[in-house]
Design a protein around this ligand. Structure first.
Ligand SMILES: *Cc1c(COP(=O)(O)O)cnc(C)c1O
Length: 474
């Protein structure tokens, strides 16, 4: 019989019972035994499929089994599962609001407020009267004060905010059209496409203008009996350049008032423009500003909590009293409202701004760091790493990015540590770093791993060195 005969390979496969008797797979508790049983089944199933497809033959399988391959495969699966999930990570990519790594990093005081709210907390009760109240009473007050809006409400993310807004402005069969510029029909991160969200929310999209130019007259001409909302959407993750024209929120607000139609501006990033805050890098100057958007007079402004505002994930809606009250009355709001932990984090972040400490909000602070400030940190990290075996290390000028669809094409000058390994490729090195505890995420460029100190939080420098040190040993 040839070794490539699948029947022979199938005969070599142990039964689940036999596999569980392997001393290398012995476990103590019933729960662990149940998990091991599941994993053994999964590995055997995978091998069966590989035999069937010709990817595994009897010779290799026999060698694998003799070398304890089944127990190893089970162990690796268990470890991979344990490593998965939401665990702390080190962001050495230089992408400040990295969607894959949790977007805006939170201030330690904010993290503490969130941990404090995890048990019991004052959520929907008034401490004076003992009566039931709104969970976001304090949050709304903070948002009103900081943005200058008359009222505010919060949901899980900005996608939900836009959905709530669209759904609430809809009067089915009466007013169901939402007017949007053809230049602003954005897709955010693959699954959030404005036309699709509109359809799901039950409204009818009425496109006006062209991809590059839309004027207020285009909006005005589209208003009819069925118009429910005039909407402006910030093109967060792309720019239309050249022969372009877009409608200013003031113009939209005036038109809406004159024709008695609701108006809204989806701002996306939520850059708070308080007096006294240090400016963000000039490369980011065309990000729309929150107070300015509210002051434009549109009825509703929507934005994310975890982009430039630097708070936990949330969708915030601020604006005119009547418009926000209508959102609160919509039953969809109940399905999208925030949980206590996110609320506590939002309140704590906004409290920092209100106390004049907005510059300490990490998302903003990290964006403001200059190359001059980052250089000594890159050099210190490089010194530590060059003491380790097998690494070639140098400090070079580089570029960080804001990330998360804010400020496309904006690169912030930085200094990065460029690392190559004597034996490993850059991608093998990066992959090993991702498997460290805590995992370290890096950038690869020109066959080298780059470490950008911009996004290293307190204590992360030490964690990076520790991750490299375990590699050197392993
Ligand atoms: C990011 C963004 C969204 C989606 O916000 P999430 O908080 O990620 O749900 C919607 N609209 C605009 C303009 C955005 O930039």
């Amino acid at each position: 019989m040839r070794s490539s005969d699948p029947a022979q390979a199938f005969r070599l496969l142990p039964s689940v019972e036999e596999a569980l008797n392997d001393p290398a797979l012995r476990v103590d508790s019933a729960a662990e035994r149940a998990l091991t049983l599941e994993l053994v089944r999964e590995v055997l199933e995978l091998w069966r499929a590989q035999i069937k497809s010709g990817a595994l033959d009897a010779v290799r399988l026999e060698a694998e089994l003799a070398a304890g391959g089944l127990a190893r495969a089970v162990r690796e699966r268990r470890e991979r599962e344990q490593r998965a999930g939401v665990v702390r990570a080190v962001n050495a990519t230089g992408v400040v609001m990295h969607t894959g790594l949790g977007r805006a990093p939170l201030h330690p005081e904010v993290a503490r407020a969130m941990a404090d709210a995890a048990g019991y907390c004052v959520l929907e009760v008034d401490r004076e009267s003992g009566e039931r109240n709104e969970r976001d009473a304090r949050l709304s007050a903070l948002l009103r004060r900081l943005t200058g809006a008359e009222a505010a409400i919060a949901v899980n993310n900005n996608a939900a905010a836009v959905y709530l807004l669209l759904n609430a402005c809809l009067q089915r069969g009466v007013r169901d059209e939402v007017v949007v510029s053809r230049g602003e029909l954005v897709e955010i991160g693959g699954s959030f496409r404005v036309p699709d969200v509109m359809e799901r929310a039950g409204v009818v999209l009425r496109e006006v203008g062209t991809t590059n130019r839309t004027r207020i007259g285009d909006y005005a001409a589209a208003i009819g009996e069925r118009t429910a909302l005039l909407m402006k959407i910030h093109t967060s993750n792309y720019r239309v350049q050249g022969f372009t024209e877009e409608v200013e929120p003031q113009e939209l607000a005036e038109l809406g008032r004159a024709r008695k139609v609701l108006t809204a501006f989806d701002l996306g990033s939520g850059l708070l423009d308080l007096d006294g805050l240090a400016p963000l890098p000039t490369a980011m100057h065309d990000e729309p500003r929150l107070r300015a958007a509210v002051a434009s007079g549109v009825d509703v402004v929507t934005f994310s909590g975890d982009k430039l505002l630097g708070a936990p994930q949330a969708g915030l809606l601020v604006g005119k009293r009547a418009a926000i009250a209508a959102l609160r009355k919509n039953p969809v709001y109940r399905a999208l409202r925030l949980d206590k932990v996110a609320l506590a984090g939002l309140e704590a972040t906004l409290a920092l701004y209100l106390a004049g400490r907005g510059d300490d909000v990490p998302a903003r602070a990290l964006l403001r760091l200059t190359a001059d400030e980052l250089r000594p940190r890159a050099e210190a990290l490089a010194r530590e790493l060059s003491a380790l075996d097998g690494l070639a290390v140098e400090v070079v000028a580089g570029e960080s990015q804001p990330g998360s669809g804010s400020a496309p094409g904006v690169f912030l000058p930085t200094f990065v540590v460029r690392v190559t390994h004597r034996a490993w490729s850059a991608s093998a090195l990066a992959s090993a770093l991702r498997r460290a505890t805590p995992p370290v995420f890096t950038r690869i460029q020109d066959q080298a791993v780059l470490l950008d100190p911009r996004t290293l939080l307190a204590g992360d420098d030490v964690r990076v060195v520790a991750a490299f040190r375990t590699l050197a040993r392993g």
